[in-house]
Ligand binder design. Structure first.
Ligand code: GDP
Length: 302
């Protein structure tokens, strides 16, 4: 199971520490909870989530009269899933239009795995017999267009591009026209990932979105923010900036296979209120998976 495999580092980390914790503290007491908090913090689970979890665990321990630490394991998983899911109804899936073109806009800083994710996602839709096209909207970074083309060739989908340094909004206009003319089902758009100047970032994303929206009312249907799971708090800071710059509809957490601190998935949702829709679990074409909180949490603790 890909999902399980990709989480090996995080799982080993969690399982070892949880096993030690349960072996060391046989009875559920204040010290046990403190140690548990520490383990969760170290896995980047996030302050709010940890506090909420421990508070609810304490209530549940009282309610069920749990004394033995080994009996608390399943309660932890159950509560973490509940906390992740929350009260609000989030759309955790990527919404595809029933008819006509679906436009997915990708945002995120350079190096987080945005291009790779676009390639993987294109591949996955192609496997579902969808007609997919890519738009090379990062006209700023040298090599970005070529890199997207490499993925386009690999996956077997067309890439709409202009010259390096050209106006990304013009690329998007072209891409949407072409996608409509060729009756594509899905257009996945890359964008430049400069964070140095928030005002410029905002302006560029606004302009790009406006062009797309003018051509297809209601589009872009998804704005996915790619974040690198291995960068911890840095990823969180990026997310806050992008959240201010544009209306992010979902997170793609890349390189989750490369970290033992996979708890960041939980922190992101709790701190930003944006669902993690996809996770990257490797560098290969089929290493992209929809995020399933239950599978994830139970995979770690069970
Ligand atoms: P971009 O600058 O955001 O477009 O980043 P790239 O797509 O070029 O990816 C940067 C590096 O991260 C490349 O070496 C990718 O192979 C690698 N990468 C991307 N996603 C994943 C992932 O989910 N897991 C691992 N292990 N590596 C990844």
């Amino acid at each position: 199971d890909k999902f399980r495999e990709g989480l090996t580092k995080t799982r080993d980390n969690f399982t070892t520490k949880m096993n030690d914790l349960i072996a060391n503290y046989r009875t559920v007491d204040e010290e046990f909870f403190e140690e548990l908090e520490e383990i969760l913090f170290q896995a980047d689970v996030g302050f709010d989530t940890v506090m909420k979890l421990v508070e609810e665990l304490k209530m549940e321990v009282k309610r069920q009269n749990i004394k033995d630490t080994k009996d608390i394991r399943s309660v932890i998983s159950q509560k973490l899933v509940e906390i992740y899911q929350g009260d609000e109804k989030f759309n955790n899936d990527i919404t595809l239009q029933e008819e006509g073109l679906t436009v997915i806009l990708f945002v995120g800083v350079n190096g987080v795995g945005k291009t790779t994710t676009i390639g993987k996602l294109a591949h996955s839709y192609k496997q579902d017999n969808k007609k997919v096209m890519l738009a090379a909207g990062d006209t700023f970074r040298a090599g970005a267009i070529e890199q997207l083309e490499v993925w386009g060739d690999r996956v077997g989908v067309d890439v709409i591009k202009h010259a390096e340094g050209s106006d990304p909004a013009a690329v998007m206009f072209d891409a949407v026209q072409s996608a409509k003319a060729r009756k594509a089902d899905i257009l996945i758009c890359d964008t430049a990932g400069r964070l140095q100047n928030k005002v410029n970032l905002m302006k560029e994303l606004e302009k790009v979105k406006k062009v797309i929206e003018r051509e297809i009312p209601g589009a872009p249907h998804e704005v996915l923010l790619a974040l690198d799971a291995t960068t911890g708090q840095n990823a969180m800071t990026q997310a806050k900036i992008f959240k201010e710059a544009t209306n992010v509809t979902g997170i793609v957490l890349t390189k989750l296979d490369g970290t033992a601190k996979g708890g960041i998935v939980l922190a992101i949702k709790q701190e930003l209120g944006i669902p993690v829709k996809l996770v990257g679990l490797g560098e290969k074409m089929d290493d992209l998976q929809p995020f399933d909180a239950e599978k994830y949490v139970y995979g770690l603790f069970a």
